[in-house]
Design a protein around this ligand. Structure first.
Ligand code: P6P
Length: 339
């Protein structure tokens, strides 16, 4: 109970980062990301009071109407990342072009982020989240788009912050497992609550998560996989929030599979590689799960092997427990093997 909260030994995010990297610049970068998450959480919490709901009257690069909180959260992240002097290139869902940090403020990290993913849920107070991926710049000189158009397996840090009933940050440092931090608003610190998070060993709860409204447009193997989930006297449960952070967080903790396949409307899928697919794939794999594109450009790809050619490139996503992702991919293999 609350009395058990340690009054002396605060296991904060910054303490975790210091213990897991000797790189001061990475420590500073994670502090800037945490600050932006806290400020965004605050904005989401006060949105109704401060009239931050509704449209900002502009559109983002994907043609979506931008909402005030979209714009505000993006400004918060860009400001925090520019001024921490640890970044060279920023890619945001809300900015068409990469932001090249001026040489006087440049550091060695490149961050791709969706500042407020799931924004269609904002006005009805359903949970949203920030998703981010961090690369270390390997090309000397000023930042360019080539510093961030990299394979997922080059990521050094991946994470998301969920603005739900609690504000929770989940991060994965390359090779150091998945860790959960809950924001304690009374002291403004992310407290380390769970170390080395893993999918349930048996694949966990039988849950599939997909927007079945699109099922008529899916490719046939995906339709057959979901029909399989719904068959028999103990069908899978359907859980779908429509906010990737919420759907992936539940899948990570409870098990099951999250599917956003390619369809006739979006033949390349809807979710973006750099700041949705890759960060979630790194976390899912580090937790013992599987992250695949499903059938994409005629082949089934491990998500982390993709090499995006554009900063807003999209891909299909099938991720979750090994049990359930492999069940879905089995329908693709059968289809591919069919004469
Ligand atoms: P649909 C939100 O707009 C988002 O990018 C992800 O957060 C979410 O998983 C997906 O799109 C929802 O898409 O087509 O089901 O509304």
């Amino acid at each position: 109970n609350s009395d058990d909260v340690d009054q002396v030994n605060y296991k904060t995010l910054s303490r975790f980062v210091m213990a897991n990297t000797a790189d001061q610049e990475l420590t500073i970068l994670m502090g800037a990301i945490a600050l932006a998450c806290k400020a965004t959480a605050r904005a989401c919490r006060k949105a109704g009071i401060a009239n931050l709901f509704g449209l900002a009257g502009e559109q983002n690069t994907s043609g979506d109407d931008q909402k005030k909180l979209d714009v505000l959260s993006n400004d918060i992240f860009v400001n925090a990342l520019l001024n921490c002097h640890a970044c060279a290139v920023l890619v945001s869902e809300e900015n068409e072009d990469p932001i090249i940090v001026p040489p006087s403020m440049q550091g060695k990290y490149c961050v791709a982020f969706d500042p407020l993913d799931g924004s269609s849920n904002i006005d009805c107070n359903v949970s949203t989240g920030t998703i981010f991926g961090v690369y270390e710049k390997t090309i000397p000189g000023p930042g360019t788009v080539d510093d961030i158009l990299r394979k997922g397996k080059d990521l050094v840090v991946a994470g998301y912050c969920m603005y739900g009933a609690a504000t929770e940050l989940v991060i994965c440092f390359q090779g150091r497992g998945v860790h959960r931090f809950a924001l304690d608003p009374s002291i403004g610190e992310f407290i380390h609550t769970h170390a080395n998070v893993k999918f349930p060993a048996d694949g966990g709860k039988k849950i599939y998560s997909a927007n079945e409204g699109n099922s008529g447009l899916w490719d046939e193997p995906c339709q057959r996989a979901v029909a399989h989930f719904k068959s028999g006297d103990k069908p899978y449960a359907l859980r779908y929030v429509g906010s990737m952070v919420s759907d992936v967080h539940r899948t990570l903790l409870y098990g099951g599979v999250f599917i956003y396949p390619a369809d006739k409307k979006s033949p390349g899928g809807k979710l973006r590689v750099l700041y949705e697919g890759f960060p979630m794939a790194m976390i899912v794999e580090a937790a013992g799960g599987v992250a695949s594109t499903g059938l994409f450009n005629g082949k089934i790809h491990r998500m982390m092997d993709l090499e995006p050619k554009g900063v807003h490139e999209r891909c299909p996503v099938i991720l979750g427990s090994e049990r359930d992702v492999n069940l879905v991919l089995g329908f693709y293999d059968t289809a591919a093997a069919a004469p």
